[in-house]
Design a binder for this molecule. Structure first.
Ligand SMILES: [Zn+2]
Length: 350
């Protein structure tokens, strides 16, 4: 019975959002256990039923919705959700998750940047995997602004569902990431600009009650006010003498995602070169391997400008004037004649 009630809450949120005009209603669904690891046939990783996937299907069947965006910011990849819609072009699944080269839960699942969907669904799974470091606000905001939102606008969804796990939040013992409530608020605000504001956030994982409470409050505040009401820049950041830097591994991840996904999303074309120049790192080929180094634009510019500004250095071999050269040539001819005359004399002695 409780399972039905739990699902009923998610479906009720769909009904409520579509019973009103676009922009009038959104929702935050507080439900446990989470759902995004559950596939269509089996439970997995604390998840029994995939609440978000069921909600998406329900909206498509009941309200004739053709384009659903599922954004999953739980620190774990939502392998169940991705599997359910892996061949479906009507549902765009995007996930930001801790990857660690495939070694983070769920292990052995297709969750890398190269896993983009199959058949009709190719390009409709977008994975932003983070490895090698504990990511936080800067990395999540960069991924959101440079990858998630451009693709989301190009897809132009009619409904946005957020798999809203808070185990990437600072203080979570499983995620070990450092995402602040302010960043969850910012990401919510950005997503509210889509689908006429038809946004439903559904609770997924999260294992630190304080972090869940603060992060959820930030999301709900943003949904209620349709604006970010939190101060996004802390005083410490504002007055810091050293500018915070994105972790290089985050740049690498974003570039790999963009290079793979630019075949399907025109908004990403050219992004790799742009981000490569700004980060000063190597460009990647389609498989994510470094390409041969090309001459940086700045270097080319400095070479051509130096040619204009600097005088031509003197040549080590002095150039002969045409008159001197002709005179020397004349002398050489005379010597040759002398030699020929001498040889002729020797061969024909008198
Ligand atoms: Zn999780």
């Amino acid at each position: 019975m409780w399972k039905r009630k739990k699902l009923a809450v998610v479906l009720h949120a769909i009904d409520d959002v579509f019973a009103n005009a676009a922009g009038e209603k959104n929702a935050f669904v507080v439900t446990r256990p989470p759902g995004h690891h559950a596939s269509s046939s089996s439970s997995s990783g604390f998840c029994l039923f995939n609440n978000v996937a069921i909600a998406a299907r329900y909206a498509m069947e009941r309200y004739d919705v053709r384009r659903v965006l599922i954004l999953d910011w739980d620190v774990h990849h939502g392998n169940g959700t991705q599997e359910i819609f892996y061949q479906d072009r009507n549902v765009l699944y995007m996930s930001l998750h801790r990857h660690d080269g495939g070694g983070f839960y769920p292990m052995g699942e297709p969750k890398d940047f190269s896993d983009v969907g199959e058949e009709d669904g190719v390009g409709f799974s977008v994975n932003v995997p983070f490895s090698s470091a504990k990511m936080g606000d800067l990395e999540y905001r960069a991924a959101f602004m440079k990858v998630i939102m451009p693709i989301a606008y190009e897809f132009n969804p009619e409904l946005v569902l957020i798999s809203s796990g808070f185990d990437a939040a600072a203080g979570d013992p499983l995620g070990e990431y450092k995402v602040s409530p302010e960043t969850f608020a910012l990401m919510t605000y950005e997503l509210c600009g889509l689908a006429g504001g038809r946004t439903i956030a559904v609770l997924e994982g999260g294992y630190n009650l304080t972090a869940i409470a603060e992060s959820a409050q930030a999301v709900v505040e943003t949904l209620l006010h349709r604006a970010v009401v939190r101060k996004l820049v802390s005083a410490r950041e504002q007055f810091a003498t050293k500018k915070p830097q994105l972790h290089p591994e985050a740049w690498t991840s974003l570039r790999k995602v963009c290079h793979k996904q630019e075949s399907y999303w025109s908004c990403l074309m050219g992004f790799q070169r742009l981000i490569g120049e700004s980060s000063g790192s190597t460009l990647l080929d389609r498989k994510g391997r470094p390409t041969p180094t090309s001459t940086p634009k700045s270097e080319k510019t400095s070479t051509s400008s130096s040619k204009k500004l600097l005088p031509t250095p003197p040549s080590t071999t002095p150039r002969r004037s045409p008159r001197i050269a002709a005179s020397q040539k004349k002398t050489e001819k005379t010597d040759m004649q002398k030699l020929e005359e001498e040889m002729a004399r020797l061969m024909n002695p008198k």
